[in-house]
Ligand binder design. Structure first.
Ligand code: DQU
Length: 376
């Protein structure tokens, strides 16, 4: 039973006007400034981005998925080739999700029991059983800097009694994960469930914190709930979470969700939105989201976002980006992804600056004023 990897996270500064805080998280592959957004690299790649591109957009830490890498190419193969960092040529920190969420959202014919989850691979229909112990072994073999407990993420439609029983099993699974975890230097984060019920969230939070982890995540959000419900869970949980450990919200979110979560005191985020939306032509700008395939940009020789300093905005026109997208060119995904990730990571940089200067509440107010979702 490992204790916490003590001294890896420190709160450097708190904005006195709200819950926002500046932090530093040390890992074997480098130090992370928080609040931070983690680009999603599910299959050992952040889609359409090379590691060099990721450094250029100032990514600090990326996420990969246990479920996918276990099924293909296999965690033992990755381990035999030197681990995930070497395999994908990413020398910065990596966080791996535990497979809990993916097996429910991707696996076929899942059957959940105290032991774990029986499922059929979405790739070839083969049968597998993912348990807390196997999830930890896979993440240790991949060699991520931060790994996640194996949990159940109840559907947004699950009733109170189901969510209550589910969080109790997630707590039992969390204990098994901590028992199974033995890789020195690798941090293990616990995951808090409880659906949209504040009493169940508090129960899960107390049980997971009582076990003791290197960091704590809110799971069970961004599963189709209303924004008010999501923000309500953030608001009720943040003050109850340990002050001196990293706070991560999984699967969050749109830019406005990140601003809201930082305001409440959360530190780490991941979401497929910037990369997935990029491939669908939905681009984030200082004035809100734009749909690059719109006819309005057919003859627009200007930059995607005049306020953005990224390579794409300094080099290409909206007309060219629209042309690439409509032509189905591979470069469309590359340039759109590059810009969206730069936007997300620059938003985190601007939030860190606002916290440092005790003006985060003003930053939040100005941010909402700027986002006229024109969707053109
Ligand atoms: N929205 C999400 C995204 C990822 C998750 N990963 C785990 N392990 N658990 C959850 O509840 C998640 C929720």
């Amino acid at each position: 039973m490992r204790g916490r990897v003590s001294g890896t996270f420190s709160v450097i500064h708190r904005d006195a006007s709200c819950g926002a805080r500046l932090g530093s998280l040390k890992t074997p592959h480098g130090e992370i400034e928080t609040p931070i957004f983690m680009p999603v690299g599910t299959n050992a790649t952040v889609k359409a981005m090379t590691p060099e591109d990721l450094w250029a957009v100032h990514a600090q830490i990326i996420l990969a998925n246990t479920y996918h890498l276990y099924l293909r190419p296999g965690h033992r193969l990755v381990e035999s080739l030197g681990g995930l960092h070497r395999f994908m040529n990413w020398s910065g920190p990596i966080l791996t999700d535990s497979g809990g969420f993916q097996v429910f959202s991707l696996g076929e014919l899942r059957k959940i029991s105290e032991e774990g989850v029986k499922f059929q691979s979405h790739l070839d229909g083969s049968y597998h059983v993912l348990t807390p112990e196997l999830s930890i072994k896979i993440q240790e073999a991949l060699g991520a800097d931060i790994i996640m407990c194996f949990d159940e993420c109840p559907a947004a439609t699950a009733d109170y009694d189901y969510v209550s029983r589910s969080l109790e099993m997630t707590t039992r699974w969390a204990k098994r994960c901590k028992e199974a975890h033995s890789r020195e230097g690798q941090q293990l984060f616990g995951i808090i469930q409880g659906g949209m019920h504040h009493d169940l969230r508090a129960r899960s939070l107390n049980e997971i914190c009582a076990i003791g982890f290197d960091g704590y995540a809110l799971g069970g959000l961004s599963v189709g709930e209303e924004k008010e419900q999501m923000y309500g869970v953030m608001e009720s949980c943040a003050p109850l979470m340990p002050q001196d450990a990293p706070r991560y919200i999984m699967g969050i979110g749109a830019p406005e969700d990140l601003v809201e979560a930082v305001w409440h005191g959360f530190d780490m985020f991941d979401c497929v939105m910037p990369t997935r939306n990029a491939r669908n032509g939905m681009l984030f700008t200082s004035q809100g989201r734009i749909n690059i395939k719109a006819k309005a940009y057919e003859e627009d020789g200007g930059p995607l976002d005049p306020a953005c300093g990224c390579h794409v905005c300094r080099t290409y026109s909206r007309a060219y980006l629209r042309h690439l997208y409509r032509a189905g060119e591979i470069l469309a995904s590359q340039l759109n992804t590059y810009h969206n990730l730069y936007y997300y990571l620059d938003l985190m940089r601007r939030m860190r600056g606002a916290i440092r200067e005790n003006r985060f509440t003003e930053f939040r107010r100005d941010f909402y004023g700027s986002q006229t979702d024109n969707h053109v």
